[in-house]
Design a binder for this molecule. Sequence first.
Ligand SMILES: C[S@@+](CC[C@H](N)C(=O)[O-])C[C@H]1O[C@@H](n2cnc3c(N)ncnc32)[C@H](O)[C@@H]1O
Length: 248
Amino acid sequence: MKHYDTNHKAWNQYAGRYQKNADFSFDVVDYGSTHCATEKDLHLIGDASGKKVLELGCGGASCGIALAKQGAEVTGIDISEEQINIARSNCDRENVQLTLLVSSMEELDLTDDTYDIVISMAALGYIEKIENIFKKVYQTLKKNGIFVFSLPDAIYNCVTAKYLWNDPLPQHSYFYTGPEKWKWEDEDELEFVTFRRPISEYINLLIDEGFTIVRVHQLQDFHEEMEGKNEFDLLYPNLIVFKVTKKT
Ligand SMILES: C[S@@+](CC[C@H](N)C(=O)[O-])C[C@H]1O[C@@H](n2cnc3c(N)ncnc32)[C@H](O)[C@@H]1O
C-alpha cells in the first residue's frame, strides 16, 4: 500500500481519538500540540483579520477556526474525510464558516498569488516530496505572504527511535532521510507513515524555492502530568516550527 493510502485509512480510523486526546483550543492557534508554546507566545502569524488563509492538513480545523474568529477567510484541506467531518461540526459549534475540502495536499491545484497566509501544523511530515508542497505554497502566496508550518523535530525522532521505540538501526541516525512507520500506541493496529530529514534539508529546500526564513523555533512538548514518564519530552524538542515569507 502506498504511504498516501496508508495514512488516509489510518487517519479516517484515528480521527475521533486524536481530537479527543488533543483537547484543542478554538481561540488560539497552536503549532500542532496543545502542550507546546502557541501563537499566544510566539506571534508568528499575527493579526489575520481580513486575510485569506489556507490550512494544509487542517484536521479538525482548530487553527483555522481560531483565525476565522479574528476575521480571516479560511480554507482548510485534509486527506481524511473523518477529520473534515469533525472540522465541519467544530465550525458549527464555534459558529464560524470555513471552506473545507477533502484532498491530499499532494494532489491539490492552487491558483497563483491567492493567499496572504498558509499554515500547516504537524501535517507536512506525511509528505514524501515536501519540495513539491513548498513550490505550490510559494506560488499560491501573494507577495509578502507568510507560510507558518510545523513538523516533528528530527532530533527527537532519532533519539526516541534508538532509546524508546527500538526502531530499525538506520533511523537512529540524525542524518536518516526516508520513511518511518509508527503507531500512536504499541497495542494499536493502525500504522502511519511519515518522512524524516535532517533540519538543514528543510532550510535548504525553502531557500531553493525562494522563501526568506523569518523565524525557526524548536518546541518542547512537556507538561506536568508527564513528570517522570518520558524524559525525552523534557530533554529534546518535539516540534520544529518555521515562519517563512515570499518577498517577491
Ligand atoms: C497530526 S494531524 C494535525 C492536524 C491539524 N493540523 C492539527 O494540528 O490538529 C495530521 C493531519 O494531516 C492530515 N494529512 C496526512 N497526510 C495528508 C495529505 N497527504 N494531504 C492532506 N492532509 C494530510 C491527516 O489526515 C491529519 O488530519
